[in-house]
Ligand binder design. Sequence first.
Ligand SMILES: [Zn+2]
Ligand SMILES: [Zn+2]
Length: 240
Amino acid sequence: MQTTRNYLKKMTHWLLPHACVLCGGYSTRQQDLCKSCLDELPILESACSRCAKPFLAGEQLLLCDICINETPLFDCTHALYFYQFPITRLIMDLKFGDALANARILGELLADKIQTEWYREKILPEALIPLPLHPNRIKQRGFNQALEISRPIVKRLKLPLLYNNCLRIKHTSAQATLPAMERQQNVKNAFTIAKNIPYKHIAVLDDVITTGHTMMEFCRVLKQAGVKQIDVWCCARPVL
Ligand SMILES: [Zn+2]
Ligand SMILES: [Zn+2]
């Protein structure tokens, strides 16, 4: 069923190169996402400046309760959307349905936001590192979605893309399948540095950040390797 749906989707794209990936309608924009579907995407307006945990409507805070109690290893997090429909569909189709066009769309949307809002008044990181996936997962999926989302961003921002300096060496269970208590243990020692990182200020990108344990563990390794400042970029953050 999934295969048939993917096949039909690929055929639609081949016949109608500007078909919207969400509604199938014609997109007059450069992207395969029409204006009305773009306007429906759930922008994350108000969130913790450190970890991007979404704030409730009306809350006027700078940091969330977690970051006030314990400063994370990353310096800031920028998340573009709430992890809810239809962002969930764009990301699930990308990861489990081979919809690589969605990575390009998400990367371009992130690049727009980085240029026009997030970094309008601050210095861009010197390089971008997509969160590494374990080779077994890459073999299973065929690609690392974080790397694919990063490509349009580095192209636009003219940043170096570091995708083989860091490796994921522990094949972990998917974090989402574990209770909160076990997630930290699950990702412990999951990463290693394979090649020197010749930058002090870097950005790390992941598609979705849930509890942030994986990102924290990755940042721990980056800081050990001499990185001084880490900005986290992600497509979506769920309301926990
Ligand atoms: Zn559409
Ligand atoms: Zn926070």
